[in-house]
Design a protein around this ligand. Sequence first.
Ligand SMILES: Nc1ncnc2c1ncn2[C@@H]1O[C@H](COP(=O)(O)OP(=O)(O)OP(=O)(O)O)[C@@H](O)[C@H]1O
Length: 356
Amino acid sequence: MNLVNTLLSIQGLEIDYPGRDNNDRVVAVKDLNLDLEEGEIGCLLGSSGCGKSTVLRAICGFEPVKAGQIRLRDTLVSSPSIHLATNQRRIGMVFQDFALFPHLNVLENIAFGLRSFPNTQRASVAKEWLKRVALSNKADAYPHELSGGQQQRVALARAMAPEPDLILLDEPFSSLDIDLRERLATEMRDILKSNNITALLVTHDQFEAFAIADKIGVMAEGKVAQWDAPYELYHQPINRYVADFIGRGVFVKGIVQPDRKVKIELGELDLDEDQVYTIGKEIDVLLRADDIVHDDHSAMQAEVVRKTFRGADFLYTLKLNSGIEIFAFVPSHHDHAIGEKIGIHLVADHVVTFSG
Ligand SMILES: Nc1ncnc2c1ncn2[C@@H]1O[C@H](COP(=O)(O)OP(=O)(O)OP(=O)(O)O)[C@@H](O)[C@H]1O
């Protein structure tokens, strides 16, 4: 392993909490591994209670570790026998509610993190960061006079100003309007990237994760099931859990045919070249909403059983003749009624399969 450019390295991490009974322990994180390179943005993605925040707290130094280790650059900061204090870790933190000081104005909030700087430098460095997050005109404003997105940028500037090695962000978009989140995630990514900041955030929203992260770790029950680039997670999920969690899809049954094909109810698909398949074997084929195209001229029909308007398109739930329900994104000018039969065809070019 090359540690030169690896900023954060977590190996075999295990963390537990006291349970209800005195001797009882509840395992929150187990055998967790990940590496984050310098300048990379990583994201831990998972449903509530899977252990995301516990990992962040351990990196910060708020939680002792039971097994494994956490390294920042080449310094071992946490292991069962070593625990570096939080203030010695050079980590910046952005909290879910931004945690700005209500009685300090924007400039003072940012300068707060610069207490170790000489007085003469504090204001100029704080002003420079205010400029970098495009809020120079708000230096004198108080947090309650800012929008949620502006407060978030102040919190980010406050965390970045002391130039920590790593920024941790705990659900940074959860208190913002849902339609703002994706835009702000892109904006935050631009700020972090243009300042070459290494960051790790946690979220339960995969679209936020896709908008901001270079690497995503899908977490389940305290473990990272797959730590990979968003594209790989989507197209090469390592197991059914990841496949199910990422994107909108369902598994349908298929029978392996000669010439690397699989036959499903909707037709034949090409199988992955890298895998070995037994002809005649039944396998599960992942069909995602973007693998199905609405086509008025297709003889293959499916019944609309549900639909969700998403602006540019609808997410249709379609029932096949066999009774199986699949998803399809359909441009929103194709507004079909529930119960109506519409033509569809398959466009999957990369097929994800698991043995049946
Ligand atoms: N202080 C604690 N004492 C006991 N158990 C805890 C404590 N903090 C967390 N846990 C348990 O550890 C597990 C992981 O919690 P954690 O807060 O890391 O999850 P999370 O993925 O961040 O969840 P959420 O998205 O809901 O914030 C959960 O089962 C939780 O109940």
